[in-house]
Write a protein that binds this ligand. Structure first.
Ligand SMILES: CC(C)(COP(=O)(O)OP(=O)(O)OC[C@H]1O[C@@H](n2cnc3c(N)ncnc32)[C@H](O)[C@@H]1OP(=O)(O)O)[C@@H](O)C(=O)NCCC(=O)NCCS
Length: 180
């Protein structure tokens, strides 16, 4: 199967109620790292990981910007073995901006952009106690008229360190733009 062609990142900026949603640039990596680290929920990846992500996966990642400052992000990738599936690796919104629809807007933007390249399935993993995250993905599924299925993926014994289980959530089918 061929790899889907994703839109050039420069073509992807949109504005929603004062929040700009666009592809990340390498210069955004430091702020993305800060938001991830300060979330106290996400695994704190090294800052270098975010630099590489912004360099190599901008077409499957989105940042939310308010007054020129990055306040939220989603980073993902199209699964090499499943080109119809975008895997959301991390998503977070600065606490000062939560509860305003930014998390869901980031995900809808990612889905709009990747749908054009043939993506119709979203996958992610969530820890069982992360209510906000489960609510956010559930909201996206409802707006898209898609099903959201959950199954175990990694239990704590799969991790070499102290880590909660990660359940796999699958949202499908993703239909283009129907949430609008
Ligand atoms: C999860 C997170 C990204 C949500 O961001 P957000 O901008 O506040 O989300 P939204 O405002 O778009 O809300 C999305 C939906 O989730 C619901 N929701 C948000 N926070 C919630 C909470 N703490 N408890 C219950 N529901 C919540 C909202 O009511 C909304 O539902 P609706 O669309 O049916 O009204 C944010 O809480 C966060 O950054 N958490 C820390 C990092 C994290 O856990 N990331 C996910 C790891 S998989």
């Amino acid at each position: 199967m061929s790899t889907p062609t994703l839109s050039p990142p420069t073509a992807r900026g949109t504005e929603r109620g004062g929040t700009v949603l666009r592809s990340p640039r390498v210069g955004d990596a430091a702020q993305i790292w800060r938001i991830a680290k300060d979330s106290q929920v996400l695994d704190a990846n090294p800052s270098y990981a975010y630099l590489l992500w912004c360099r190599d996966f901008p077409a499957t990642s989105v940042v939310a910007e308010v007054d020129g400052e990055v306040v939220g992000f989603v980073i993902g990738f199209v699964r090499p073995k499943a080109p119809d599936t975008v895997f959301v690796w991390q998503v977070a919104v600065d606490p000062s901006q939560r509860g305003r629809g930014t998390g869901t807007a980031l995900l809808h933007k990612l889905l709009d952009d990747t749908a054009a390249a043939g993506v119709s399935i979203l996958e992610t993993t969530v820890s069982p106690d992360n209510e906000a995250s489960i609510a956010m993905f559930g909201s996206v599924a409802r707006k898209r008229g898609a099903d959201m299925l959950k199954r175990p993926l990694f239990d704590p014994s799969a991790f070499p360190d102290d880590h909660e289980a990660e359940d796999l959530y699958t949202i499908a089918p993703i239909t283009p733009e129907e949430h609008r």
